[in-house]
Design a protein around this ligand. Structure first.
Ligand code: ATP
Length: 232
């Protein structure tokens, strides 16, 4: 279980997250929705160790402190917004980069095989430069690279961004499969319909605060959209 209590973080003197407290249950998928600028990406970056914070983050009851590198060793892995693949490197080289945590190196070959079985298209294109992939393929590569790090908690930021609906469905089919493998997933997604559909728990953020937390089964999408759009 990943727990955050009274989290406050931002950039320099700019506070973006104000007193955020959330619990992410082990083996479940939590979706964070909210309008642009709500602080969703900032939350994922804070969890991944990319931004300093005040407050308390605990994994399995143990305090979680450190830089992204240390947190990756503990299995907290970010699939960033915009995919951030290395365009001048091949698909397979990009995947190899995901295997940088020490604990993943021995299992490199079997992890690569697993990623290729989840994403046969990446296998077909293993030698191709990542910069020449389609948006959907690049998203699959970003998720595949995350899986090479053997995540205990996978933080996925806006996977549907800029993708055609049919490709979004493909990407979410994979996310559903990962959920079945009991990886704890925290998903930030603008497409509320699909994001709530795949989730166990849903949190709505606005202006750096959590406005609503509910089991996905209880979420009324109309009400969610009203809260989403409501004025401050
Ligand atoms: P979006 O859906 O647009 O990605 P978001 O909910 O993910 O929105 P964040 O990207 O976390 O929101 O941004 C929250 C606030 O933090 C915004 O006001 C943004 O301008 C600000 N912000 C984000 N990155 C930085 C940065 N590197 N330096 C300063 N401010 C930043």
């Amino acid at each position: 279980m990943l727990e955050i209590r009274h989290l406050r973080s931002g950039y320099g003197r700019v506070t973006v997250l104000w007193d955020v407290s959330l619990t992410f249950r082990e083996g479940t998928l939590t979706t964070i929705v909210g309008p642009n600028g709500a602080g969703k990406t900032t939350l994922l970056k804070t969890l991944a160790g990319l931004i300093p914070y005040e407050g308390d983050i605990r994994l399995g009851g143990e305090p979680l402190r450190g830089k992204a590198w240390d947190l990756a060793e503990r299995g907290i892995i970010l699939v960033p917004e915009g995919r951030m693949v290395f365009r001048d490197m091949s698909v397979e080289e990009n995947l190899s980069l995901g295997a940088y945590p020490r604990r993943c190196r021995a299992a490199f070959a079997s992890n690569l095989e697993r990623v290729y079985s989840l994403f046969p298209r990446l296998k077909e294109r293993h030698g191709q430069l990542a910069g020449s992939l389609s948006g959907g393929e690049a998203q699959m590569l970003a998720i595949g690279r995350g899986l090479m790090s053997m995540p205990r908690i996978l933080l996925i930021d806006e996977p549907s961004l800029g993708l055609a609906p049919v490709i979004v469905k493909e990407v979410f089919d994979i996310i559903r499969r990962l959920k079945e493998e009991a990886i704890t997933i925290v998903l930030v997604e603008q497409n509320t319909h699909i994001a709530v559909g795949v989730a166990d728990d849903v949190h709505l953020m606005r202006s750096g605060r959590v406005l609503l937390s509910e089991p996905a089964a209880n979420v009324d999408l109309d009400r969610l959209h009203d809260l989403y759009l409501a004025r401050e």
